[in-house]
Write a protein that binds this ligand. Sequence first.
Ligand code: HEM
Length: 176
Amino acid sequence: MDTPAYERRIRWLHALMALALLAQLVFGFALNEIAPRGTPARGLVINLHKSCGLLLLGLALLRLYWRQRGPAPGWPVSMSAWQIRAAVWGHRALYACMLLMPLSAYLASNFSKHGVKFFGLLLPPWGPELPAVYSVFNGFHKGLAWVFTALILGHIAMALKHHLVDRDGLLQRIKP
Ligand code: HEM
């Protein structure tokens, strides 16, 4: 390894969020199979998805807070300028998705009569019931889910390339 590792707490949080975000994406895509619209379980399942998503927003904010307190380790010397630029923008896009996925859906929920039940605690909607506004934010949430999935797959592919082809220790420095 030619660069220092991330702080221990950041490596653990990265692993936790990686697993939780993948699970949340799968959960989201499977919502209609798990509890089709109009079935009694629908409300419970949707609210579980909403609650987990808001928890993930909290973790993303914690990650950003820690990140701006201590700079990330530098890039391996073997990486060219364009590779570094691509990695930086890829990471920025991942952070944007981590924030915008839950925020867009949280906004949508507040323009529907349902609001959010955060693990059973009702957070009453602060907005009026406006189906058109709900549809815009909900459509954004659903569209972004595909962008986020593609970015995560690209992120994993690049991590494997660094590990197996470049062998530059990049994966080692983020592993818990
Ligand atoms: C990082 C956090 C989140 C991720 C990764 C995520 C992921 C997803 C995915 C993949 C879908 C399915 C999209 C599709 O059908 O094509 C979905 C649907 C949905 N999500 Fe999320 N979600 C997150 C947070 C939230 C939050 C915080 C809320 C609400 C407060 C929420 C509410 C919903 C609802 C209501 C649907 C169903 C939309 C519909 O079928 O009309 N999600 N989510």
